[in-house]
Ligand binder design. Structure first.
Ligand code: NAP
Length: 257
């Protein structure tokens, strides 16, 4: 007999960081269409406010709270998460989506961009996970989603070296947190997107197997709503490709992107 899989709860109050563009903005649109209340944050507050106005007009029954937030400012992350939690009457899912892909080959004069990528993707996610779990632990409920990347499965060459290392840290953090919180009412999911069209890959020369933002985010939302510990998204081709990349010879991995 196979054990029956627990049906995940429906989350109605969702905080999304990095909601000013790309995956975060599209996830907000898709969750708003399901009737979820939203808390949206990013640095470009003009974009966040414009998106909030669009969503309130399209779905007058939902609440959309907004905040300007730089996730590299840990104090601000704790303060803004607590404020948004109050605004929505208790957040039950946090999608730590804010991320940066400014990495450049090491030793070529771009330490500032590489450090910014690491700080945003690693320390920014750490602060978001801490702030989310400070809300969830006392209630023993909530869903924390960490947005990693399929590039996390191996060390990557060229412009992806720093980015892939930062996303590996996110994936490892997510795996450890899921283990730490097993048996509690809190669920942790790490998503590893392949290429989904957004500002982050707009300037890349080669983007294999890229999908458009809307279908990519539909796959992402479906994966998040299943609440697994870890999911490559879209499943095809990234789950099998991710498994191959994990064991492929380094010289082949270096040719992928
Ligand atoms: N698209 C893909 O193919 C793909 C693949 C794998 C993983 N991902 C991950 O998916 C997430 C979303 O990226 P995207 O593809 O949607 O790219 P994007 O369009 O560039 O969006 C990135 C978002 O992160 C926010 N952000 C960046 N630095 C921030 C900071 N210091 N504080 C707060 N917000 C910050 C940006 O908002 P502001 O600039 O307004 O702050 C923006 O809303 C990222 O974590 C990315 O690494 C994307």
């Amino acid at each position: 007999m196979f054990p029956l899989r627990r049906r995940p709860p429906t989350r109605r109050r969702i905080l999304i960081t990095g909601a000013s563009s790309g995956l975060g903005a599209e996830l907000a649109r898709q969750y708003a269409a399901t009737g979820a209340d939203l808390a949206l944050a990013a640095r470009r507050i003009d974009r966040i406010e414009a998106l909030a106005a669009e969503l309130r007009a399209a779905h007058p029954q939902i609440t959309v709270a907004t905040a300007a937030l730089d996730v590299t400012d840990a104090e601000a992350v704790f303060r803004v998460f607590a404020d948004l939690d109050t605004a929505l009457g208790g957040i039950d899912r946090v999608i730590a989506n804010a991320g940066l892909g400014k990495g450049q080959p090491l030793g070529t004069g771009y330490h500032r961009a590489n450090a910014e990528t690491m700080t945003t993707n690693v320390l920014g996610v750490l602060a978001q996970a801490e702030a989310a779990l400070e809300l969830f632990r006392p209630r023993d409920t909530g869903h924390l989603v960490l947005v990693s990347s399929i590039s996390a499965v191996r060390g990557m060459a060229r412009n992806l070296t720093v980015y892939a290392a930062s996303k590996a840290a996110v994936a490892n953090l997510g795996e450890g947190l899921a283990a730490d919180l097993a048996g509690t009412g809190i669920t942790v999911t790490t998503v590893l997107p392949g290429f989904i069209r957004s500002e982050i890959n707009a300037g890349m020369a080669r983007v294999p197997f890229i999908v458009d933002t809307e279908p990519g985010c539909r796959a992402l939302r479906a994966a998040i709503d299943r609440e697994p510990r870890r999911a490559a998204v879209p499943w095809w081709p990234w789950a099998p490709l991710g498994a191959v990349l994990r064991v492929a010879p380094a010289r082949l991995v270096a040719k992928v992107v």
